[in-house]
Design a protein around this ligand. Structure first.
Ligand code: XMP
Length: 513
């Protein structure tokens, strides 16, 4: 095991992700829960200290147990983790007067095992800096291996004890060779063989689910998306018929969604499934609601009501399982005093009301989308299902800005189906991360045949992305857009104009609300 001590950085999960990519098992534990007992139980072969929002000079700012440095295992300190290491080993770190954020170039003063294949002696490499503190005195045994113009202590090392510290973030994609740096640490320096796989993750996850749930009953809300499906199949593997799935038709699903999900779960997997039509309830409660956050919160609340109801139908389920992913978590909650703000209340995280009776089981909370797909393949889910574009819990509600009506949803569903059909025909479905139609609360004038029309505008969205955290719009050829627009306008009554969204994330988000 590699132990990652989390000091509250927004990107700690990315460290774990990179290690999983390097085929190494790791566990993240918040700094305040890392004590001698935990360390003895885990017996880590390497330790990584994450970044975090604090300054080592602040009173009561977080530290690592001193034992971390006495185990004889390699330690890598990243950003705040580097300051902690320096401070606890007898050096000095201070609140820097100038904070440094963004791109920088680190020049190596010597050859370093950490930077093997990244930058040799005298060479530079691009990194992503984000820090406030800086080192002012080195601990005994340490020396500087690399520096940037604003960070004279960018790479520190005590190679004899295998202690390394970097002031930048190797875990983010903006450090182009960051994966190599972390892989060097974990394989070259710490000696991990790198043969850990998604299969092993599956076994671990199953053990954890069994330990959490015991012999209680669990219900799992299926949304038609990949995440909830993978969560359901995983949990079913762990606890069998203690699990019942619930597919709630909110009236805001895509065309054909219900049939596909029901047949996959009932017929293919033989997992007990309740197919509930609660569309009256959802659409009724959403009447007159136009604010995006209020929509999300209303839907979140209704889901809980509905699940509470179905939980009692299956004879008292105690747990609700959800396919919450890491990006949902980080965008919905503020972390341990860190600077992260709520962008949207993803309904399966921040939108949940406090009064919920069911306890949550969220076995995918640490994973990113592409890892969930890998896990889905590992679990034998059909390729077409695993490759499906993400679909948000609140469904078409957040693709229909303004008030939602059955009529608008019907129009949107038809346009969306045509758009996806054209994407499949063009062979682009798997190249695109996510594509969907949005029905705008705007009407424009058109002319069809000899008549005037006054109908809705449909916006098309398609993005490429690796994990949903950042995204680029997809550059469709114009003839594709033209063909799709004319099909939508000709075949869908109620739409007379189509526009294409060319916004990336950031500054946009993928969904419109
Ligand atoms: P945004 O719009 O925040 O979306 O850029 C990022 C990814 O998350 C999906 N999404 C959701 N998924 N519940 C979900 O399960 C939600 O409330 C939710 N909102 C957005 C979105 O479709 C995209 O893939």
């Amino acid at each position: 095991t590699c132990l990652i001590v989390d000091f509250g950085s927004q990107v700690t999960q990315l460290i774990a992700r990179r290690l999983r990519e390097a085929g190494v098992y790791c566990e993240i534990h918040p700094f305040n829960l890392v004590d001698e007992t935990l360390i003895r139980r885990l017996a880590p072969k390497a330790i990584i200290l994450s970044g975090g929002p604090a300054s080592v000079e602040d009173e009561g700012s977080p530290r690592a147990p001193q034992m971390v440095f006495e185990l004889g295992v390699p330690v890598l300190g990243i950003c705040y983790g580097q300051m902690v290491m320096v401070h606890q080993l007898g050096g000095r770190a201070e609140g820097g007067h100038h904070r440094e954020f963004g791109r920088a170039f680190v020049k190596m003063a010597e050859t370093s095992a950490l930077m093997e294949g990244v930058a040799g002696r005298g060479e530079e490499t691009e990194v992503w800096m984000s820090h406030g503190d800086r080192v002012t005195a080195l601990p005994p045994g340490f020396h500087v291996q690399g520096a940037s113009p604003n960070a004279p202590f960018a790479v520190l090392a005590d190679p004899d004890r295998r202690f390394y510290g970097v002031m930048f973030h190797p875990e983010v994609v903006h450090t182009p060779k960051g994966t190599q740096i972390l892989t060097n640490f974990i394989r070259r320096i710490a000696g991990f063989s790198g043969d850990w796989t998604m299969g092993a993750y599956r076994e671990e996850a199953i053990k954890k689910i069994r330990a959490q749930v015991g012999d209680a009953k669990v219900i799992c809300g299926l949304s038609g998306g990949v995440d909830s499906s993978v969560a359901a199949v995983l949990i079913h593997e762990a606890i069998g018929d203690q699990l019942t799935c619930v597919f709630v038709d909110t009236g805001m699903m895509r065309a054909g969604e219900a049939d596909e999900v029901v047949s996959l779960f009932r017929d293919h997997y033989n997992i007990p499934l309740i197919h509930a039509d609660d569309s009256e309830l959802f659409l009724g409660e959403l009447k007159g609601v136009t604010d995006p956050e209020q929509k999300r919160k209303t839907i979140g609340r209704l889901f809980i009501d509905v699940f509470d109801k179905h939980a009692s139908e299956v004879g008292g389920a105690e747990f609700l399982a959800q396919g919450t992913l890491y990006p949902d978590v980080i965008e919905s909650v503020s972390f341990s005093g860190g600077p992260s703000v709520t962008i949207k209340s993803h309904h399966n995280v921040g939108g949940l009301p406090e009064r919920m009776k069911l306890k949550l089981v969220e076995p995918l909370r640490e994973l990113f989308k592409d890892e969930v797909r890998a896990l889905g393949r590992e679990l034998g889910l059909p390729a077409a299902f695993v490759g499906r574009h993400p679909f948000p819990g609140p469904g078409l509600a957040i693709r229909c800005p303004g008030e939602i009506t059955r009529e608008k949803l019907d129009i949107l569903r038809q346009a969306d189906a045509i758009y996806l059909d054209e994407i499949r025909k063009a062979g682009l479905y798997d190249t695109i991360w996510q594509a969907f139609a949005v029905l705008l609360p705007v009407r424009t004038v058109g002319v069809m045949g000899d008549g005037r029309t006054y109908d809705h505008v449909c916006a098309l969205r398609a993005v490429t992305s690796v994990d949903g955290m950042t995204a680029d719009y997809y550059p469709f050829p114009h003839d594709f857009l033209g063909r799709t627009a004319s099909r939508i306008i000709n075949e869908v009554r109620g739409i007379n104009r189509v526009v294409y969204d060319v916004t990336s994330k950031p500054p946009g988000t993928i969904e419109w609300e």
